[in-house]
Design a protein around this ligand. Structure first.
Ligand SMILES: *[C@@H]1O[C@H](CO)[C@@H](O)[C@H](O)[C@H]1NC(C)=O
Ligand SMILES: *[C@@H]1O[C@H](CO)[C@@H](O)[C@H](O)[C@H]1NC(C)=O
Ligand SMILES: *[C@@H]1O[C@H](CO)[C@@H](O)[C@H](O)[C@H]1NC(C)=O
Ligand SMILES: *[C@@H]1O[C@H](CO)[C@@H](O)[C@H](O)[C@H]1NC(C)=O
Length: 466
């Protein structure tokens, strides 16, 4: 059974009471199947709606393990997705992202030959490491949805409707252009959606989409050209749609999901092997920071963090993201540093969240956070409620006014507590990665995608009727 996320199984069962078979061992499953007992079960346990699902599934053979989990994906005109990336090179603002679109948004694969030292750092023999760009989630998620085990092309069966819109590519390509241009495609999509028969069922409240950018890019407050982003999420239709993004600042119909990291394993075995490595590795640095100063942001604590890190000498490793060597955008270098550190400091940058936080989790490096908005207020579907279990919290203002020595504070944490926290961090790894699509059976992982879809389905199920 699912060791990584027992909660998820419980939810699946709650939603699919007819799936008796789900909780029975395989031999019994086969026996029941041979006896066609699922037909009898139909009469014994099911409401009308569920009977419908079963009748579809009898064709596929066996009971319906997808009951209540079916998702319908809209077949959008290509202007809402494929055209945006097909014309990637044509938009100045997108150009430096185009090379990351390969492998369904995972980016170029990291090859052993690329780095002499790679094999020691990454479990490269599995071929599961990619140069993944932090803003590719909408492309990755769509590909994952194409392989979702309960995808249906019959929308009357579905409990949720996925809208494969590349909202982030849309908003990014028109950075600095007129608000009219920025809003156009979103308004077009809103009209397209509300004309579909799927809209009528719940006025779009069972619809969801995913963006690889931060939520505030879609919540422009005024119609002045100088204002930030577009107003997608302020359109009446999108107020009914659930948005999943890498960072949210609106907690009504928007939920934060993990940034994609560079690790996209296929199997549970691979993840376990990686977790073992992460646990066993000797860590030379007490803490590390990968980032750059934000001199233009007055309240930024990054300057102070870098100052302290350099003063800590070999106890702190600073990976300078302003450095010409571009080590910071080299996933192997980043993982190397994080795997060699007990703690990874994750101060806010342009926004409170960072992809780097997920890199550090992946490397088994305990994150040090400075504002609740970096993780605690964001990724509630993914992290333990008690944040002291997996992270260290230092209030931003204590760093700002020089009250805290990061080195002293971290050095005072006992070895026992460190081991406990690292163990917790290790347990989070499978939940925050986006695995290679298509795996089924016991090697399948309840990854970030599976968790997101399950929670969206919960959310729709809990909604009051129209
Ligand atoms: C790998 O090592 C070889 C010889 O040791 C060297 O010639 C080559 O430049 C190295 N490649 C990289 C990418 O560092
Ligand atoms: C759904 O997909 C199946 C299998 O690909 C196909 O046979 C069927 O015609 C499709 N149904 C609809 C309504 O598109
Ligand atoms: C959004 O949902 C509410 C509640 O079902 C409904 O009254 C409203 O008309 C919907 N908005 C749109 C644009 O469909
Ligand atoms: C940039 O990185 C290289 C290699 O890690 C290092 O030797 C150099 O000192 C760094 N330069 C700056 C300005 O930090």
């Amino acid at each position: 059974m699912d060791k990584f996320n027992p909660k998820m199984k419980k939810i699946a069962r709650k939603r699919a009471p007819n799936v008796l078979i789900d909780i029975l061992p395989t031999p019994i499953f086969s026996m029941l199947f041979l006896l066609h007992i699922n037909q009898i079960a139909t009469y014994l346990f099911l409401s009308d709606k569920e009977t419908l699902n079963i009748s579809v599934n009898t064709k596929q053979g066996g009971a319906d393990t997808c009951a209540g989990r079916y998702v319908y994906m809209h077949n959008l005109p290509s202007r809402f997705n494929d055209d945006l990336i097909k014309n990637c090179e044509a938009y100045i603002e997108l150009r430096n992202k185009c090379k990351y679109l390969v492998n369904s948004g995972f980016g170029p694969r990291i090859l052993e030959d690329d780095y002499n030292h790679t094999t020691q750092v990454l479990t490269i023999e599995t071929g599961s490491w990619y140069s993944t760009n932090q803003f590719m989630l909408e492309v990755i998620f769509r590909e994952k949805m194409r392989h979702y085990e309960c995808l249906t092309n019959d929308s009357s069966l579905s409990s949720a409707v996925f809208v494969p819109f590349y909202a982030g590519f849309d908003v990014r390509r028109f950075w600095g252009y007129s608000v009219k241009l920025r809003d156009e495609l979103g308004e077009d999509l809103a009209q397209w959606l509300r004309k579909r028969s799927e809209w009528k069922k719940m006025n779009g409240r069972d619809h969801f989409f995913v963006t690889g950018r931060v939520g505030r890019d879609f919540r422009r407050a005024t119609d002045q050209d100088s204002d930030w982003g577009n107003k997608l999420m302020r359109l009446p239709e999108f107020e009914n749609i659930t948005m999943l993004s890498i960072e949210t600042n609106s907690w009504s119909n928007e939920f934060a999901v993990p940034y994609p990291t560079c690790f996209h394993p296929k199997s549970r075995t691979e993840v376990k092997r990686w977790q073992r490595q992460v646990r066993m590795t000797k860590r030379r640095h007490l803490y590390s920071f990968a980032g750059a100063k934000r001199p233009q942001i007055k309240v930024s604590i990054r300057g102070e963090i870098i100052r302290q890190c350099l003063a800590s000498q070999e106890r702190c490793k600073f990976l300078d993201c302003n450095n010409q060597s571009r080590d910071c955008s080299d996933p192997v270098k980043v993982m190397e540093v994080f795997r060699d550190s007990v703690f990874c400091v994750q101060p806010p940058g342009d926004t409170p969240t960072r992809r780097s936080t997920f890199d550090s989790i992946l490397a088994g490096c305990i994150p040090v956070l400075f504002t609740p908005d970096s993780v605690y207020n964001q990724y509630n579907w993914y992290f333990p409620k008690d944040h002291t279990k997996y992270s260290v919290y230092i209030p931003e203002k204590d760093v700002k006014n020089g009250k805290v020595s990061i080195e002293k504070l971290l050095a005072s944490i006992s070895e026992g507590r460190i081991l406990k926290m690292r163990n917790e961090v290790k347990k989070i790894i499978p939940k925050i990665i986006y695995t290679k699509p298509g795996e089924v059976g016991p090697e399948k992982i309840e990854d970030a995608f599976e968790i997101a879809v399950a929670r969206v389905l919960d959310r729709v199920q809990d909604m009051p009727p129209n």
